[in-house]
Design a binder for this molecule. Structure first.
Ligand code: PEP
Length: 251
């Protein structure tokens, strides 16, 4: 059985007071839950404050990105060690906004993934096709490349600390959610890619989150699909009640 994982990506939102209030609100909403892993991913400047306010709760904290070096002349970057120092146990890597706006490619993301894992962080590794790729018939090739190149070189043990987030780019922040069947098809396809390129045990155990306009009112149906093991939530994660409702939909 794969434990569902619901994560909130707060993106570049919230100053300290609002971020801590959101964390406290979530903690109050989710004071008692089991059987689902819950993670929040605040902006780096408030990570430490959010982690402190969630101390003692079962809600884990994640970075949104990190570089593949521990320290040094990389102006503007953050290392996994710095995320851990601030209280994170997870990081997101390869979000489509990183790929599209900041030009991060599969080779770079693979370096980041391997370094984050070697540094002791767990990773939500994002993949997903654009609308053009889906409509142009290259979706399978794109997902295969992102998985094969992105996960290259990982050991069986590494996979215990990796979750894949399937996030179709056309569904992120657009209000257009994939149908449960579209999500299930892409997840089943991705799991099969992992099976063929790694092995069946890794593929069976790998959790695959869906991301893209997940809300309280569509979460249950998406999470009810056989290969959908959780959600990576953007906009709806900025509201404690709405996010808590998504977590409850996974129970
Ligand atoms: C995301 O940013 O990972 C995301 C899925 O955003 P939204 O839920 O707002 O579509």
């Amino acid at each position: 059985m794969r434990t569902p994982i619901i994560a909130g990506n707060w993106k570049m939102n919230k100053l300290t007071a609002d971020a801590v209030a959101l964390a406290e609100g979530l903690n109050a909403q989710l004071s008692e839950f089991s059987g689902v892993e819950v993670v929040v991913s605040p902006v780096a400047t408030v990570l430490s404050a959010v982690a402190s306010s969630l101390e003692g709760s079962a809600i884990e904290v994640s970075g949104q990105n990190c570089y593949h070096a521990e320290s040094g002349a990389y102006t503007g970057e953050l290392s996994p060690q710095m995320l851990k120092d601030a209280g994170a146990t997870w990081t997101i890597i390869g979000h489509s906004e990183r790929r599209q706006i900041f030009g991060e490619n599969d080779a770079l993301l693979n370096e980041k993934l391997k370094f984050a894992l070697a540094s002791g962080l767990k990773v939500m590794f994002c993949i997903g096709e654009t609308l053009e790729e889906r409509e142009g018939g290259t979706m399978g090739a794109v997902l295969t490349r992102q998985l094969v190149d992105g996960l290259a070189g990982l050991s069986d043990a590494d996979f215990e600390n990796v979750v894949v987030a399937y996030e179709p780019v056309w569904a992120i922040g657009t209000g257009v959610v994939a149908t449960p069947q579209q999500a299930e098809d892409a997840h089943a396809f991705s799991r099969n890619v992992v099976k063929e390129n790694f092995n069946a045990t890794i593929a069976d155990g790998l959790r695959i989150q869906y991301g893209g306009s997940v809300k309280a009112d569509n979460a249950a149906e998406l999470l009810g699909q056989a290969n959908v093991d959780g959600a990576l939530v953007g906009g709806a994660a900025l509201d404690a009640e709405g996010f808590a409702a998504i977590v409850r939909a996974a129970l």
